[in-house]
Design a protein around this ligand. Structure first.
Ligand code: SF4
Ligand code: SF4
Length: 373
């Protein structure tokens, strides 16, 4: 690839892997990074300066739970002063009045709040945190009262999929401008819990019909984003808008990656923002160049008319399901490995197995939780 590649649209900032919740579909890696390894305030601010210089438009604060960092308002203020659009993706359980006021004073532009379900008991069970659902509803009200647009995220799976219509109803009642009904994506913790989470085809079809009807009813009032599971798809998603095409993801310790799941791939050494400027990472780091564009593609992608639409799907899913990140995503019906998707569906069983909750050291040691169901 020659010349300068256009800048990324967004920087995804995993401030910390600490989180009071323990969702069994968490997108964080199985090996969570320890608090002692986190970048400090000044290091993050330097990264935001570099992002603004590079031409990044949006900064997404995520985690773990980004509000677990006490310096979050300072970081928002710094990013905002550099002209970056600031968004926080949060579970909301720590979003109390003082923090909400501090974030508003710092210039936060948008907050996305996640809910585990609509039934409090089931929601708390899924998140592994007693009382979380009530705290989330209070946080939603706080976001609305502050005058910020509200986006509600629901992660959908076989243990809450029956409630999708009610999820949309509550988003409407809470005055959300946008809601996201996103089926679990099966990487990391989601893959580990796949049999406990993967819905049936009939459940998926019923949900899709519910979402379509709600979209028609709420047109002009609330936007509903809908993300379906790859396991029933015939073509893959354009994962992250293509490898190293639109986003840089930075882990709590400063590891820069094209997506949050990329560190599952063997044979990669991802650069650190501690010692490499963001522009150099984006333009020339070998890990970022490895699957950018179409040159790396095997058949059937190489000659497919969709190769610059879905970019061959997800590299991390290709590795997780075939052992080779360079193969066509098995979610594609044209992929030589597509049969593995049907095999996974067949393995899901009649009753879901117990959750393996997201904890440091894959369950042998508790994450820093405040209350556990
Ligand atoms: S455990 Fe749940 S709330 Fe916490 S970061 Fe993971 S998905 Fe988000
Ligand atoms: S063959 Fe490759 S490029 Fe074509 S639809 Fe499938 S994954 Fe996408």
């Amino acid at each position: 690839m020659t010349g300068l590649f256009p800048p990324p649209m967004g920087l995804i900032v995993e401030l910390t892997h600490r989180c009071p919740l323990q969702c069994p579909y968490c997108s964080n890696p199985l090996e969570l990074e320890r608090p002692a390894s986190e970048l400090d305030t000044s290091a993050w601010m330097r990264v935001f300066d570099q992002a603004a210089e590079l031409g990044v438009l949006q900064l997404h604060f995520t985690g773990g739970e980004p509000t677990a960092r006490r310096d979050l308002p300072d970081l928002v203020r710094h990013a905002s002063a550099r002209g970056l659009y600031t968004n926080i993706i949060t579970s909301g359980v720590l979003l109390d009045e003082p923090l909400m006021a501090a974030l508003m004073a710092a210039g936060i532009d948008h907050i996305q709040l996640s809910l585990q379900d609509i039934e409090p008991e089931n929601a708390d069970r899924i998140g592994g945190y007693r009382g979380a659902h009530a705290k989330k509803l209070a946080a939603a009200q706080r976001i609305r009262d502050a005058g910020l647009p509200l986006t509600l995220n629901f992660v959908v799976h076989r243990q809450n999929i029956q409630n999708v219509a009610r999820m949309i109803d509550i988003a409407e009642k809470l005055g959300a401008e946008r809601s996201e009904i996103a089926h679990v994506q099966y990487y990391g913790w989601g893959l580990k819990n796949r049999a406990a989470l993967l819905p049936s085809r009939a459940e998926l079809d019923a949900t899709t019909a519910t979402v379509e009807a709600a979209r028609a009813r709420l047109k002009g009032r609330m936007v509903i984003d809908y993300v379906v599971p790859d396991y029933y798809a015939s073509r893959p998603k354009s994962c992250m808008g293509g490898w190293a095409q639109r986003f840089i993801n930075i882990s709590p310790s400063g590891k820069a990656m094209p997506c949050h799941a990329a560190e599952t791939l063997p044979g990669f050494t991802f650069p650190s923002v501690r010692d490499t400027p963001l522009a150099a990472i984006w333009q020339s780091d070998p890990a970022f160049l490895r699957f950018r564009g179409t040159d790396w593609m095997p058949e059937p992608c190489a000659s497919c008319e969709r190769r610059e639409i879905d970019w061959g799907g997800c590299r991390c899913q290709a590795f997780a399901l075939t052992g080779d990140a360079g193969r066509t995503d098995p979610a594609c019906a044209l992929a030589p490995d597509h049969a593995v998707m049907a095999e996974a569906v067949a393995e899901r069983g009649i009753a879901p197995p117990p959750f393996i909750y997201r904890r440091i050291n894959a369950g042998s040691e508790r994450a820093p939780v405040e209350a556990v169901v």
